[in-house]
Design a protein around this ligand. Structure first.
Ligand code: 13P
Length: 251
C-alpha cells in the first residue's frame, strides 16, 4: 500500500541540544494529536542516536541525510549504512540536490549508496529533480527519468518497492518559489509512469512519491491533494515544530 509521508530534512542546522528539543516537540505533537501519514525526521548524523532516544520510532522515524558508498574501512569522515542502522534510524535521504551539486554525487555513486542502504534494512528517500535551466528548456522529464534509471533501475521489483522517491525541483528549494500543484501532479504522474513501464502498475501504484521545495503549512494541502503527490520532503519548515506539524496535518 502506498504510504503518505511527511519527512523533515534539517540539513546542516541545529546543535545537538536544539535538535533533541525540536524532535521531542515533534514527537509530543504527533503523540497527542496523531498523524494521518508517516513522519520522518532527517537529522544531522551527530544527532541521530539522541533523536532516536527522544522519539517513539514507531511513530516518528529518524533518517540520516546521507551514507557512504562503501561498506567499511579507511574512508575518513564517512558514515556507513550499517552504522546508521545501528543507531535505530529507519531511513536515509539519498541523492539530495545539495549533495549532487556540492559533493559531486553522481547516479553511479547513488546506485552504490542505495544498495548499501537497502542491504542494511533502511529505507532510502531517494531525491530527484531538475535545475532551473532544465525546467526552462522543458527537460525535466528527461532529467528525472535518467536519475531514476541510472541509480535505481538495476534493483529487483521487490527492492524497488522499498524505495521512497522525493521529487525536488532544485529551483524550488529554499527559494520560496514552490511548484504549482499542477506542475507537481504532472511530473509525479510522469515519474510513476516511468516506474510502471519498468516494474509494472502495482509497484508504481505502491510507490510513495514526495514533493520537496518550499513546501509550507500554507501550500501543503493543495500540493498533497494531488493523486500522485504522496507527501513532502520539507527543509526550512521542518525546523519549527509548529510549521512541521502544520504540514503533517495537511493529511
Ligand atoms: P525547503 O523546504 O527549505 O525549500 O527545502 C526543501 C528540501 O531541500 C528538502 O530536502
Amino acid at each position: 500500500m502506498r504510504q503518505n509521508i511527511v519527512a523533515g530534512n534539517w540539513k546542516m542546522n541545529m546543535t545537538l541540544q536544539e535538535g533533541v528539543e525540536l524532535a521531542t516537540e515533534v514527537n509530543n505533537i504527533v503523540a497527542s494529536k496523531g498523524a494521518n501519514c508517516g513522519v520522518v525526521l532527517g537529522v544531522p548524523a551527530t544527532h541521530i542516536t539522541e533523536v532516536v532516544k527522544a522519539v517513539d520510532t514507531a511513530k516518528v522515524s529518524v533518517a540520516a541525510q546521507n551514507c557512504a558508498d562503501k561498506v567499511s574501512g579507511a574512508y575518513t569522515g564517512e558514515i556507513s549504512a550499517s552504522m546508521v542502522k545501528s543507531t535505530g534510524a529507519g531511513h536515509v535521504i539519498l541523492g539530495h540536490s545539495e549533495r549532487r551539486e556540492y559533493y559531486g554525487e553522481t547516479n553511479a555513486i547513488l546506485k552504490e549508496k542505495t544498495d548499501l542502504t537497502l542491504a542494511n534494512g533502511l529505507t532510502p528517500i531517494f531525491c530527484i529533480g531538475e535545475v532551473l535551466e532544465e525546467r526552462e528548456a522543458n527537460k525535466q522529464n528527461e532529467v528525472v527519468k535518467t536519475q531514476i534509471e541510472e541509480a535505481l533501475f538495476h534493483l529487483s521489483a521487490e527492492d524497488f518497492g522499498k524505495i521512497v522517491l522525493a521529487y525536488e525541483p532544485v529551483w524550488a528549494i529554499g527559494t520560496g518559489k514552490v511548484a504549482t500543484p499542477e506542475q507537481a501532479q504532472e511530473i509525479h504522474a510522469y515519474i510513476r509512469s516511468v516506474v510502471a513501464d519498468k516494474y509494472g502498475a502495482e509497484v508504481a501504484d505502491n510507490c510513495s512519491i514526495l514533493y520537496g521545495g518550499s513546501c509550507k503549512p500554507g501550500n501543503a494541502k493543495e500540493l498533497f491533494a494531488n493523486p500522485d503527490v504522496d507527501g513532502g520532503l520539507i527543509g526550512g519548515a521542518s525546523l519549527k515544530a509548529e510549521d512541521f506539524h502544520g504540514i503533517i496535518s495537511a493529511f
